[in-house]
Design a protein around this ligand. Structure first.
Ligand SMILES: [Zn+2]
Length: 324
């Protein structure tokens, strides 16, 4: 059996099988939220195809010259296309078509990986479409996207869609722990993002630990002393909350706390995000609170929506504090 080294073992198995039986198609759409391993998979497939040590079409060694060059984005037959600024433009697609047709005389297989396919302009997508319909030589195209509904229907109909499922929370926590992040933070981060690298980035921002602390204190005040909770918005929450990204993080953390409480109240099976405070959360759980939790979550989610529409963060926080 091949050793599977990707985040999505089932998809790896599928492609190992397709390569082995020579049934690889021209075009695939890899669809799934950020962090589900789409680009990693595209590279892994390319490595499976080119690996020097992979003599019986199984898993790539990840060590040979070919594998390493693909990993570094420096392989002559594997091209990655990504947005130039906000979009992937028609000139970028044309340049790649030209490059591919130049080397079309050779019989070598070519691979094109397109990151953020949903950011491709209409013109560029139409140009790419012709490429998918009439490929020169042996070409495999992998289109990566978080929003398949944004793609041109004519492209979708000519490609096979591979859905990348969200990975289990306990696996995500393990991945983050492996990066040397303490468990208390890792459980929270695993709920905030699917993407391990992004989790590390959030953790390493100097504000993260402080924001987690102030949200916890605010949460306690919201249930002990409403007046103080309102004052706390001005004195502490807004120290971070004036930054949009931080304001959004504050609400995400608050949502996590109420999801923790919901799980405890309804005895749902869930890894508690704020594991450090599990005992206190258990003490807070009551029938009185239990009936209000759905409304509280709706209230905070509405606040998040307002925040994305550039309503003042302080106003959003105050609305939440008044209505919890
Ligand atoms: Zn190799």
């Amino acid at each position: 059996m091949p050793i599977i080294t990707t985040k999505q073992p089932e998809i790896s198995n599928l492609f190992t099988n397709l390569i082995e039986t020579n049934r690889l198609q021209h075009a695939y759409i890899f669809e799934g939220v950020a962090g589900t391993g789409k680009y990693e998979m595209a590279q892994w497939i390319a490595q499976s195809l080119y690996c020097q040590k992979n003599t019986n079409n199984q898993s790539p060694c990840l060590e040979c010259n070919q594998c390493l060059r693909i990993q570094q984005g420096d392989h002559p037959d594997v091209t990655t296309l990504a947005p130039d600024g906000l979009s992937i433009k028609v000139d970028q697609v044309r340049a790649i078509k030209e490059e591919f047709s130049k080397s079309g005389m050779e019989t070598r297989r070519k691979i094109l990986i397109v990151k953020d396919m949903d950011k491709m302009t209409m013109n560029a997508a139409n140009s790419l479409l012709k490429f998918i319909e009439e490929p020169e030589g042996e070409i495999t195209i992998m289109l990566l996207t978080t929003e398949v509904q944004q793609l041109l229907p004519t492209i979708v109909s000519r490609a096979q869609i591979i859905h990348f499922p969200v990975r289990d929370i306990s696996i995500r926590i393990d991945d983050i722990l492996e990066k040397g992040i303490p468990r208390e933070a890792a459980t929270i981060l695993a709920y905030l993002t699917q993407d391990t690298d992004r989790a590390v980035e959030i953790y390493e921002s100097e504000e993260f630990n402080n924001i987690v602390e102030i949200v916890w204190k605010w949460f306690l005040l919201l249930h002990k002393n409403k007046d103080q909770a309102l004052i706390y918005i001005q004195t502490d929450i807004m120290t971070f909350g004036s930054n949009r990204e931080h304001a959004s993080l504050i609400l995400d953390l608050l949502i996590l706390l109420y999801r923790d409480l919901t799980a405890i109240c309804f005895e749902q099976e869930r890894i508690i995000a704020f594991s450090k405070h599990e005992a206190t959360l258990n003490e807070m759980a009551s029938m009185k609170l239990q009936v209000r939790l759905p409304d509280i979550l709706t209230l905070i989610l509405a606040g998040k929506k307002k925040l994305s529409r550039y309503v003042s963060a302080q106003g959003v926080f105050e609305q939440i504090a008044l209505n919890i």
